[in-house]
Design a protein around this ligand. Structure first.
Ligand code: SAM
Ligand code: SF4
Length: 475
C-alpha cells in the first residue's frame, strides 16, 4: 500500500492494486523459451486476455524470432478482432487553466509562459463548426484541472456541442479527458451523454509518480487518481479509458501496470477499460524534463503489439503526438483509433493555421496533416476509416459491448457502420482524390461481404447516402 493518504472519497475497498501485483518480480524473470512464447501467443490468438505474468513473458522475449512472432500475432489478432477499420476523432481543448504542477506538461501552474484561456460558448461553437465542416463526428474534449472545470461545466459543454449543427455536420460522440471525479461528478457528466471518460495514470510507479506530481497538488494524490476509474464504475459509468505517459518510467513496468489495471477492473466490475492510450512524452512549453526512460521507436512498436495481444478487445488509441510514419506502422500492430486534422492550441482550429504555437498548447504534435489527407492514406493502405458511433448510441457499452465484440459482430455491424459513415464523409466533405479512393474501397468491401441479407441492406444504405444525400443510417 502506498504511503499517501487521501481525504477525498475513494471507491469501496480502494487499494493500491499495482503495489500488490509485484510487477518488479515479474520483470526479473529469465528469458523465456520459444514454447512458452508460442503458447501465450496461441492463447491470445484465441482472444483470451493475458495475465500480467504472461504479458511479462512477451516483454522478456526480445530475441529476433520471438519479436517477429509477437508482431505477426498482433497483426493477425488485430485483423481478426477489428477488421480493417480505423476509428477517427479530433481533440478539442476547452481550457488550459490548471492548478497542478505536472513536471512534463505545458499547462502546469508554474509555466508562466503559457497563455491561459477557456473557450467561451461562442468560441466552442466556432471550433465545433470548423470540425464538423471537415467531416468529424467524434470529439474528445480536454480540460486542465481547475475549480472552474466542474462536472456541470463539462456536461454543459457536451450538451452544447451535441446541439451544434453545420449543414449535414453534427457531432455524434463526445469523449472526455479530464481530471478524475467523485461519484456525483461522474453521474453529472454521464447525464450529458458522453462516450468514453479517459483518465491517464501517467506512471504507475509510485516513486516516479511522486517525483512528477508534487505533494500538495490535487494530482499529487496517487491513490485518488488510481481509484478514479473504480469510482466511475461504481457510479455506473462503464465506458472508461486508461493510459500511461511513456517516458516517465520503464515502459515494461507501465505495460504490465496497464494490463494489471485492466484485469483489476474486469475482475471487480465485470468490464475492463474501453480504451488504452500510450502517449510518449513530447516537448512542451516551459518543460525541461529529461528522463532515462524515453522509449525508442522499436520498443514503442513492441509495446503496442504486446498490449494488443494482452487485451484483445480493448481499443488502442494513438494520437497525433506521433509522426505519420509511426502511426502508420502502429496501426498494423494494434492501434484501432487515431485522431486526424488535430490542433491542440486553445482555439487552434480557427486561429493559428498550420503553425504550432508552443505557449498556446500542451505539447507539440508530430502529425498535423488534414483529416482528408489522413483518410486518403488510410484508404490507400486498405483501411476503412470509420466515424461510427452506433454502439454507444444504442447502449452497447460496458458488458454489453463485450458481448457484442465477438466473432461475427464486426462483419454484421462494425464494417457496415464504418462503410456508411465513410460514405457520408465521401459525399459531404472529401476531396476528389479521396472520394475516388473511398469509392474504390467501398466497392471492394461490398464485394468481400458474403451474399446475404446484410449485404443487400448495406448496398441499399450506401445508395441512399451517396445518391439521395441521406445521413446517419446505422445498424
Ligand atoms: N488535466 C487532465 C489530467 O491531467 O488528467 C486531463 C488532460 S491532460 C491535458 C491530457 C494528457 O496529456 C495527460 O494525461 C498526459 O498524459 C498528457 N500529456 C501531458 N503533457 C504531455 C507531454 N509533454 N507530452 C505528451 N503527453 C502529455
Ligand atoms: Fe494540468 Fe493535466 Fe497538464 Fe497536469 S497533465 S499540468 S493536470 S493539464
Amino acid at each position: 500500500m502506498n504511503q499517501q493518504t487521501t481525504t477525498r472519497r475513494l471507491s469501496a475497498g480502494a487499494t493500491d492494486f499495482i503495489a500488490t501485483a509485484n510487477l518488479d518480480v515479474l520483470l526479473k524473470q529469465p528469458q523465456p523459451d520459444t514454447v512458452q512464447v508460442r503458447d501465450i501467443l496461441a492463447k491470445s490468438l484465441a482472444k483470451e486476455a493475458l495475465t500480467a505474468a504472461e504479458t511479462a513473458i512477451l516483454i522478456h522475449a526480445d530475441d529476433p524470432d520471438s519479436v517477429a512472432a509477437v508482431f505477426a500475432a498482433a497483426n493477425r489478432l488485430k485483423r481478426e478482432v477489428y477488421g480493417n477499420r480505423i476509428v477517427l476523432f479530433a481533440p478539442l481543448y476547452i481550457g488550459n487553466h490548471c492548478v497542478n504542477n505536472c513536471a512534463y506538461c505545458g499547462f502546469k501552474v508554474t509555466n508562466t509562459k503559457a497563455i491561459r484561456r477557456t473557450l467561451s460558448a461562442e468560441e466552442v461553437e466556432q471550433q465545433v463548426t470548423f470540425l464538423e465542416n471537415q467531416g468529424h463526428k467524434r470529439l474528445i474534449l480536454v480540460f486542465g484541472e481547475h475549480p472552474d472545470y466542474t462536472p456541470e461545466f463539462i456536461a454543459e459543454n457536451v450538451r452544447r456541442i451535441y446541439d451544434i449543427k453545420s449543414g449535414p455536420g453534427e457531432i455524434r460522440r463526445v469523449n472526455i479527458n479530464a481530471a478524475p471525479l467523485d461519484g456525483a461528478g461522474y453521474r453529472t457528466v454521464k447525464s450529458s451523454g458522453i462516450g468514453t471518460y479517459q483518465i491517464f495514470q501517467e506512471t504507475y510507479h509510485l516513486p516516479t509518480y511522486q517525483e512528477m506530481h508534487p505533494v500538495g497538488t490535487l494530482k499529487g494524490d496517487y491513490l485518488y487518481r488510481l481509484d478514479g476509474l473504480s469510482r466511475a464504475f461504481e457510479a455506473d459509468c462503464d465506458d472508461m479509458g486508461v493510459g500511461a505517459l511513456f517516458g516517465l518510467y520503464d515502459w515494461r513496468y507501465e505495460v504490465l501496470a496497464l494490463v494489471t489495471h485492466s484485469l483489476f477492473l474486469q475482475a471487480r466490475y465485470g468490464v475492463g477499460p474501453h480504451t488504452i492510450s500510450f502517449p510518449r512524452l513530447c516537448p512542451a512549453s516551459g518543460v525541461d524534463l529529461t528522463t532515462p526512460y524515453s522509449v525508442a521507436d522499436r520498443d514503442f512498436m513492441r509495446l503496442i503489439a504486446i498490449l494488443r495481444l494482452a487485451v484483445p478487445y480493448t481499443g488502442l488509441i494513438l494520437t497525433a503526438r506521433e509522426s505519420a510514419a509511426i502511426r502508420r506502422e502502429a496501426m498494423e500492430y494494434g492501434v484501432s483509433q487515431i485522431d486526424a486534422g488535430s490542433r491542440i492550441e486553445i482555439g487552434g482550429y480557427t486561429e493559428v493555421g498550420d503553425m504550432q504555437v508552443m505557449e498556446r498548447e500542451q505539447f507539440s504534435l508530430g502529425d498535423i496533416r488534414s483529416l482528408d489527407a489522413v483518410i486518403r492514406e488510410l484508404l490507400e493502405d486498405g483501411y476503412v476509416p470509420s466515424f461510427c458511433t452506433a454502439c454507444y448510441r444504442l447502449g452497447r457499452t460496458g458488458k454489453q459491448f463485450m458481448e457484442f465484440a465477438i466473432p461475427g459482430f464486426i462483419g454484421s455491424y462494425c464494417t457496415p457502420n464504418a462503410m456508411t459513415t465513410l460514405a457520408e464523409y465521401l459525399a459531404d466533405y472529401a476531396s476528389p482524390s479521396t472520394r475516388a479512393a473511398g469509392m474504390q474501397r467501398l466497392r471492394a468491401e461490398l464485394d468481400a461481404m458474403p451474399d446475404n441479407q446484410r449485404k443487400t441492406e448495406v448496398a441499399e444504405r450506401l445508395r441512399r447516402i451517396l445518391e439521395c444525400g441521406e445521413h446517419d443510417l446505422y445498424v
